[in-house]
Structure formats: C-alpha cells, structure tokens
Design a protein around this ligand. Structure first.
Ligand code: FEO
Length: 398
C-alpha cells in the first residue's frame, strides 16, 4: 500500500505481511495476514517511528522513498525492539547513517545485542519530549506492552498515540487503514482480540498501567503498529483493551468454552450430555476440538468466558496430549480464575482426570465437577455429565 497522510505531516508508511504463516513462529496468520505499521513525521526535523520486519524491508523502503528522501532522516524512534518492528534497522542505518536512534535505556542494550548498533544511539527518559518543529513527540515508558523496553510515543499537538503493539490486531489492511473506512470492523475487532490473547494478554497488568499513564492526555487517533488506525472512535479500541485486560483478575463474561479431545468418541458422547446441561441454563457455550483448532483461535473464548468444560480421555496414564498442549498454553497465557469441569473416558487405570486437576490448580481454576468413566459412558455417566454441565452453567452465572 502507498503511504497515507493521516494528519498534516504525519504519514502511515506501513506494509502488509501476507506471506508469513506463523506470527512469532507460533500463531497462524496465513489466512488473515498482518500489517506492520510505521509512521513518518515530516517537519523541520523528520522522524520514523517503528519500522518493519527484515523480510519486508525493501517493500517498506520503496514506499517510504516515494514520499521522502530517506538519506535526510533525522531520527529513528524505537518504541519496541521486537524484530517485526526493528528488522529494517540495519538497512536503514546504511541509508541514513546520521539518523539518531532513540529508545528507552533497555532498548540501547538490545540494539547492541540484536544488530550490533552502538553509534548515534540516545537514551530517552519517561516523559521526555522532542520538538521536530510544529510536532512534538512525547515518549512514555510502558514496560511490558510487550517487552521490558517498550514505550509509546504521543504526538502532542495532533493528539495521536503511537502505541506499537498496544491496541494492535491481526489482519492485513485491505486497501484502507482506518476504522471508519475498513470493509468489516467486526472482523478487525475479532482479530484484535485474538492478537491480544496471543501476544499481549499475559501482560494485562502492564496494559492497564499503560492506559492509566495517558489519562489526562487527549487522544484523537490511536495508530498502533499492527492493524487499524482508529480515528473515528479511538476510545473504542482503548476500551476493548481495557476490558480484556481486566479479565486477568476479574470475572470474565458469562459463557463456557468447551474443549474436546476424543479418540473413539466415548468422551464426545459424554460431552454432548454435559453441553445439554449447560444449554438448559441458558448459558452460551462454544465447542472447540483441540485436535483440529489451533490454540490461537481458542484463546479468544478462553480469555473472555468464565467457564471451561474440558472433555478429554486418558492417554498413557495422563491427559490426551492435544488437550494437555492446549491447557499448557492457557497456563502460559495466564487464563486464570475460571470455573471449570472435566470428564473423560479411560480404558483401565485412568490418569487424565488427575492431570487435568493438576493443571486446573496451577491456573487457580475453581473445579465444580470432575469425573472419569471406563470405556463408553453408561446411562449413569450421561446423567452425571448433564448434571455437571448444569452446575458449571450455574457457577458461571454467580
Ligand atoms: Fe509487534 Fe512485540 O512486536
């Protein structure tokens, strides 16, 4: 996409990544893509704020060169060192060796570690300002949104927040960069939630802390480094991120995420009875087969729903491996304080239930019911599963 002037002298100069299959080598984006947004301020002095990943450097520089003489660049502002934003640094340093690289103190060490860059680098302090002429940049230290060096840049006169990973989302930008001109805002909001749960949710406390630092600073545009630029309703994405972040220690929404793993459908039959129990209480439930659905797509519901219903058999004395993988990632992403239940089939000695209960304890899940059964579920097992579903549904409504 060509650069877009979002306010006088302030340009979006990003690129779409429609090639990468797994973001961070982990998270599927093969269908959705992702945008790597960068911003150029042209004034008496010029500054680039966040860059591009290395693989897309030539596309990125070609777009930039269409509106700007790169060799004349004065400043490179590094909000965040992760290579999806800093990968173009080595090439940019060759093209504009005089440009001063600015970042928080931890950024300076990372510049050496990642790119062996030590010259023309300046440390910033929290709240420091830099005048480019008519535009003033204010640098606000927001550690752990997403790495410890992370900061956000605020354009004082234009009231634009450049928060890098914060308020970002998956989804390449399809010809338009703004919230008011994109084809499908609901899609981008869903992809913002998936991105949040995959990348940022583990740092929810830091997100809330960052949001509090901007109280009193009017924000007319939120321009993250992934996803849409929010100019019609910048408060919308901030409010969404605030709500999602609060779920790290407050009850999430009424609803149940059911996770299914099954070998010969015995566990699936018992789950069906439990789902009827949940539904009988009017509580929404969504079922994911953990063998078929990447955890990236499951985390959105796990994060936003209060209840988790785990249905998986025993496998070699422990929990069915795809289910164990899913729960381990839920633990890594801090899906804590949920109401939970378990059921699963076993053939002789069991073990799946015990491993589930161990994982549930680790995540501080309140287990309202848990049982295993031998072979196929009996009528009694099905009744028990139904009743457990009822109990789980009631628990998530408390
Ligand atoms: Fe978009 Fe933490 O990098």
């Amino acid at each position: 996409m060509k650069p877009v002037e979002i306010r006088p002298g302030v340009f979006w100069v990003g690129v779409n990544d429609r090639v990468t299959e797994l973001f961070e080598g982990l998270w599927p984006i093969g269908r959705e893509g992702i945008s790597i947004n960068s911003y150029l301020i042209r004034d008496e002095k010029s500054a680039l704020i966040d860059l591009s990943k290395e693989m897309l450097t030539e596309d990125y520089l070609a777009g930039l060169a269409g509106i700007f003489d790169i060799a004349s660049l004065d400043y490179i502002v590094i909000n965040h060192m992760e290579p999806d934003h800093s990968g173009a640094l080595t090439r940019l340093r060759q093209l504009a060796p005089q440009a001063v690289i600015l970042g928080m103190p931890k950024t300076v060490g990372m510049l050496k570690d990642f790119y062996d860059l030590t010259e023309n680098v300046e440390k910033l302090t929290n709240g420091q300002e830099l005048s480019l002429g008519a535009h003033t940049l204010r640098f606000v230290y927001t550690p752990f949104v997403h790495w410890p060096e992370t900061m956000m840049t605020y354009l004082v006169e234009e009231k634009i927040l450049l928060p890098c990973d914060g308020f970002g989302g998956y989804g390449a930008l399809d010809g338009s960069i703004f919230d008011d001109t994109c084809a499908d805002l609901a899609y981008y909001e869903a992809e913002a939630l998936r991105y949040f749960t995959n990348i940022v949710a583990a740092f929810s406390k830091s997100v809330l802390s960052a949001i509090s630092k901007f109280e009193g600073m009017p924000i007319e545009i939120v321009a993250p480094s992934h996803g849409l630029v929010w100019r019609k309703d910048p408060g919308r994405i901030i409010a969404l991120y605030q709500r999602w972040s609060e779920y790290y220690n407050t009850p999430a929404e009424v609803g149940v995420t059911a996770l299914l793993g099954t070998m010969y459908r015995n566990t699936e039959h018992a789950l069906s009875a439990a789902l009827e129990g949940v539904a009988s209480q009017g509580v929404p439930v969504r079922v994911y087969d953990v063998r078929k659905t990447h955890i990236s797509y499951i985390l959105s519901d796990l994060w936003t729903r209060r209840g988790v219903l785990v249905a998986a058999p025993t496998y070699e004395g422990g929990l069915f491996p795809p289910m164990l993988d899913a729960l381990m990632m839920a633990d890594r992403k801090r899906v804590t304080h949920r109401k939970a239940a378990y059921l699963g089939s076993y053939a002789w000695g069991g073990g799946g239930q015990k491993e589930f209960e161990s994982m549930a304890e680790k995540m501080a899940w309140d287990v309202v019911g848990s049982f295993g059964f031998v072979g196929g579920p009996s009528a009694t097992d099905l009744d028990r599963a139904y009743e457990m579903g009822v109990q789980l549904a009631r628990a998530v409504q408390d």
